[in-house]
Design a protein around this ligand. Structure first.
Ligand code: 2HG
Ligand code: ZN
Length: 489
């Protein structure tokens, strides 16, 4: 079956996205500024100002393709509201014009969820980037949907806190986009994914009304958890405008270790032991041999372990604490891991050097081609069997297919990337996702369904489940105005 990728050259790491990040607002001196023949553009310009309605194909271009280059579309225009009130008026105007809206944050998503299709209006949240001072008593901060993760982290750290969700694309990903996908990242095993870190949320509904639950109350059982529902809804239920975030204590003491393994089953067993014995665990990440070879070369990092080939698997472990000393953290880690080959880093520069092998992987893969990105979770007991069968089936499907496996093993989350497959052919997607379903897993761990996995949702969600979700969509957005081409089949 063919995907919805259109013509054009693929995006590259320098375009932004994971590990990169770009700021369209700062780099578009010719943004908007002229009247367009489109009556909707004129109406929106009256709401947000002419500079914030983009119709010039050159300025709209980067909003029409996702970071991977696999998902492309066509936008009618891009509108950049600067307040919740402007968002509401934009939504009402688009609704009246029957123009579908695709909300877009930093455009660092990997499943085409923020790519406009059928000439939709792109509603960029980038100007909604207010960041309030941290509330030191509550340990919370209020951020506009367009605030970039790195800024939230910096503000939290300055106040002696940290934000629990961290990802390699921290310089490009926005809080609103992370809410839309229920982003996970490297610290989920300690702090949970985005939903666990959102204590309040404001969003604009398809009819232009505003729902605001921003009091930051830790306990509030008055009715349905609408904030929780909006997290992970991929822009289909409302446009998120502002978020109240829970902060966590800052781990000033940290240790990182890289450990080689021959089999995934052994890594899974060690991860179980680490989880059981170390309460200060922050991250358990894995990279396979192909991934290590790619990142060593493409990112110029050199060989990590002193051996001719990378090991079949490399496990990266991080422990962190605001109080337990780095030495004590390192001693406990060494006790549990008990490997002569482990590389341990305690100072910031060496810790970052180890993390680079994991964090620069996505950009290194992108340099090698347009990968099919299959972000999946498996039950822990099924991970090793899944890997063996996956490699066997991919091998049988053709030697042109080049799989790279890595991910957040502490969450049972593997990022199966497959290079060498035609971007327009989703046969390999079907192969991988069917196998995931057969092993009791989920076809989306943290990237969402988007357009990439829409037709595969039935693999892991029953008819009753999908009907319930469709009913919720109907209640929030009966005219299918908001991101109508993603998520639900
Ligand atoms: C990561 O964990 C991101 O680095 C991207 O979720 C994963 O490139 C990918 O497939
Ligand atoms: Zn990830």
């Amino acid at each position: 079956m063919s995907s919805d990728r259109a013509e054009g050259t693929p995006a590259r790491a320098s375009d932004g996205g994971p590990g990169g990040g770009h700021d369209q607002l700062a780099t578009c001196p010719r943004a908007g500024g002229r009247r367009s023949a489109d009556p909707l553009a004129a109406e929106l310009a009256d709401i947000v100002g002419p500079h914030h309605v983009l119709t010039d194909p050159e300025l709209v271009a980067s909003h029409q393709v996702d970071w991977t280059g696999r998902w492309r579309g066509r936008a009618r225009l891009v509108v950049r509201p600067g307040s919740t009130d402007e968002v509401a008026r934009v939504v009402i105007a688009c609704g009246r014009a029957g123009a579908p809206i695709v909300p877009q944050g930093g455009n660092t998503g990997l499943v085409g969820g923020a790519v406009p299709r059928a000439r939709a209006v792109v509603l960029s949240t980038r100007r909604l980037d207010a960041l309030d001072p941290v509330d030191p008593i509550a340990g919370q901060v209020r951020a506009g949907a367009g605030a970039v993760l790195g800024r939230v982290q910096a503000a939290a750290r300055e106040a002696g806190y940290d934000f629990g969700v961290d990802l390699a694309s921290r310089d490009g990903a926005t809080v609103g986009g992370m809410v839309a996908t229920n982003a996970g990242g490297i610290h989920v095993l300690r702090y949970g994914a985005m939903r666990a870190n959102v204590v309040g949320l404001e969003f604009v509904k398809a009819d232009g009304s505003v729902v605001s639950r921003m009091a930051g109350l830790v306990k509030d059982n008055s009715g349905y958890d609408l904030a929780g529902l909006l997290v992970g809804s991929e822009g289909t239920l409302g446009v998120v405008t502002s978020v109240q975030l829970r902060l966590v204590p800052r781990c000033t003491e940290r240790v990182v270790a890289a450990i080689p393994f021959a089999h995934l089953g052994e890594v899974v067993a060690v991860c179980g032991e680490l989880r059981r014995r170390i309460t200060d665990l922050l991250a358990l990440e894995v990279v396979d041999a192909r991934g290590m070879a790619l990142v060593s070369e493409a990112a110029g990092l050199g060989i990590l372990f002193d051996r001719p080939e990378p090991p079949p698997w490399t496990l990266l472990v991080e422990s962190g604490s605001p109080t337990t000393s780095t030495e004590d953290l390192a001693t406990l880690l060494a006790d549990v891991v008990d490997s002569e080959d482990a590389l341990v880093a305690v100072d910031p520069a060496r810790r970052d050097a180890l993390w680079a092998y994991r964090e620069r992987l996505t950009e290194s893969i992108a340099r090698a081609g347009i990968a099919h990105k299959l972000d999946v979770t498996l039950p822990f007991h099924a991970l090793a069997r899944f890997e063996t069968e996956l490699r066997r089936r991919i091998g049988a499907a053709g030697s042109h297919l080049d799989p790279v496996l890595f991910g957040h093993l502490g969450d049972g989350n593997l990022h199966v990337n497959v290079l060498g497959a035609d971007p327009d052919d989703d046969a390999v997607d079907e192969l991988v996702l069917t196998l995931v379903a057969d092993h009791g897993g989920s076809i989306s761990a943290e990237h969402g369904i988007g357009v990439a996995k829409r037709r595969f949702l039935t693999l892991t969600r029953s008819a009753a489940d999908i009907a319930s979700m469709a009913g919720i969509k109907e209640a929030f957005d009966p005219d299918h105005l908001l991101n109508p081409d993603v998520l639900l089949p």
